[in-house]
Design a protein around this ligand. Structure first.
Ligand SMILES: *[C@@H]1O[C@H](CO)[C@@H](O)[C@H](O)[C@H]1NC(C)=O
Ligand SMILES: *[C@@H]1O[C@H](CO)[C@@H](O)[C@H](O)[C@H]1NC(C)=O
Ligand SMILES: *[C@@H]1O[C@H](CO)[C@@H](O)[C@H](O)[C@H]1NC(C)=O
Ligand SMILES: *[C@@H]1O[C@H](CO)[C@@H](O)[C@H](O)[C@H]1NC(C)=O
Ligand SMILES: *[C@@H]1O[C@H](CO)[C@@H](O)[C@H](O)[C@H]1NC(C)=O
Length: 436
């Protein structure tokens, strides 16, 4: 797709987009449309439950970091603008940066206000470009601090901690995390004056990015932590959706499903897809899709077979056992593999999309996916191999646009709950019923 047709598509999307409550007065139907996304059964809904909300999204974990520097802040707007031009509506980005360079949280409960303002900017730009945010609250990995940083803080405070996994059990360290959660959720955005916990721009919270607790393969340690923290989040913010952030490996609560994991080790990292998502307070299930990390370093059609089977199983389980939506919060293939080619990435993305549409068509639990990851031009230096620059990847842009349009058709229909009454109830949005 050339720049002209991209512009054309952008125009269509802008013209076709619902009016949103950006006026200072707010209120009324317009404000209602930019409402909280909620869950009804195995479907996400907006607009008081009238419209379904299927997700086509992307990851850009670094937004706060680039917003914290005047010289790179515009890249945040670029990322949202470009994502919006291909119809993406949800972005997953870190709401943490612990210790280290340009940290949000410099020490337990000590915040860099300039960095917090950068996160405010990210949230307010999300609203501007009509892109909702999934915000994980800590990392399992060491990037941006993670559980290791929390344990370091605990040790510095004189606690007898022996492993990074004491993050999940030590009362003081758990207290640090709970305080961070409370600080973020009750933050008043300095650009919009909207408290995070009241802001519909935030699609959901995730307890942690890819939690694992290797020291307890039984899964009990992590499960206890998820239970305690889910209650904590909901006690502060009962409005927003909450998920775990897990990769979706099956655990020993479902021994018959262990063989569906990409490898035997995956069943022993302390996570347990079914059990973790049965937890009170968890609204939807989280799984990731990384055949090139989990199965083999070498690109092949096995990746496609694994991805579609992995997705189908998670969709079936969330439908029949968990009765909730499932979002594939990260998926991608790395260009660092020797056999990688751009065509294969497109085929892979297409396979993820088709599998989801197969669920969406019959009103199933498969509720969305988020590509890992998008970069605007000029930020490729951060590319981990998975990066897609939309303005340079026209075929990928086309595939994403097409999926966005298909999803938009489903999102403009009535939710299952109000199949007959909703058209009458929402006369102010006739465009919502126009099929793109
Ligand atoms: C620290 O904890 C470890 C493991 O729980 C224990 O073996 C050790 O004795 C403790 N050390 C002190 C100084 O309390
Ligand atoms: C936020 O609140 C302050 C203080 O009440 C006010 O001065 C400012 O104009 C408000 N900003 C927005 C964007 O509403
Ligand atoms: C791209 O990679 C796939 C998977 O390895 C392979 O089947 C295909 O032939 C490759 N295409 C090109 C153009 O190299
Ligand atoms: C893009 O799509 C065109 C038409 O299908 C194809 O000829 C071309 O090889 C594709 N390029 C890449 C990089 O996938
Ligand atoms: C679509 O879903 C049905 C029902 O789960 C399944 O039997 C079928 O194999 C799926 N097709 C694809 C292409 O995923």
């Amino acid at each position: 797709m050339g720049p002209l047709s991209l512009l054309f598509l952008q125009t269509i999307l802008i013209l076709g987009r619902a009016p949103v409550g950006r006026s200072a007065s707010g209120g009324g139907d317009e404000e209602e449309y930019w409402g909280m996304v909620r869950r009804e059964g195995k479907q996400f809904v907006v607009g008081g439950g009238r419209q379904p909300f299927y997700v086509n999204g992307f990851n850009a974990y670094w937004l706060m970091l680039l917003a914290a520097d005047e010289s790179t802040r515009a890249k945040v707007s670029d990322a949202f603008r470009q994502a919006s031009s291909v119809g993406l509506t949800v972005c997953r980005t870190w709401a943490f940066n612990d210790g280290g360079w340009r940290a949000l949280q410099k020490a337990p409960s000590v915040y860099d206000q300039d960095v917090f303002k950068a996160l405010d900017f990210v949230v307010s730009e999300g609203r501007k470009y009509k892109i909702r945010l999934i915000l994980p609250l800590v990392n399992n990995w060491e990037g941006y601090g993670g559980k290791a940083q929390y344990v370091k803080w605990g040790k510095a405070a004189g606690l007898n901690l022996t492993s990074d996994e004491d993050f999940f059990t030590d009362p003081t360290v758990k207290g640090y995390y709970k305080a961070h959660v409370k600080t973020v959720l009750t933050r008043v955005n300095t650009f919009t004056n909207i408290t995070y916990k009241d802001d519909p721009t935030i699609f959901s919270w995730e307890l942690m990015n890819e939690p694992r607790c290797l020291s307890d393969p039984s899964g009990n340690k992590l499960q206890d932590w998820i239970q305690e923290m889910a209650v904590h989040v909901k006690s502060i913010d009962s409005d927003h959706l909450l998920s775990t952030g897990t990769e979706g490996f099956y655990g020993i609560s479902t021994p018959e499903k262990l063989s569906l994991n990409p490898n035997p080790v995956a069943g022993q990292v302390g996570t347990d897809f079914i059990r973790n998502h049965k937890t009170l307070g968890i609204d939807y299930a989280s799984a990731h899709i990384y055949p090139d990390i989990w199965i083999s370093k070498s690109v092949s059609n096995d990746f496609l077979q694994f991805a579609t089977k992995w997705m189908r199983n998670h969709i079936d389980d969330t439908e029949s056992v968990l009765r909730m939506p499932v979002v594939f919060g990260e998926y991608g293939v790395s260009s660092k593999d020797e056999k990688f080619n751009a065509t294969f990435r497109n085929v892979f993305i297409d396979a993820v999309y088709s599998t989801l549409l197969n669920s969406t068509r019959r009103g199933g639990s498969g509720s969305g996916s988020l590509l890992w990851q998008l970069f605007p031009e000029g930020t490729e230096y951060m590319d981990d191999g998975y990066g897609v620059v939309l303005t340079k990847a026209h075929n990928t842009s086309n595939i994403i646009s097409l999926q966005s349009k298909r999803i938009q058709i489903f999102n403009s229909r009535c939710s299952w709950k109000c199949h007959w009454s909703c058209k009458k109830k929402s006369p102010s949005h006739p465009h919502l019923h126009r099929e793109l």
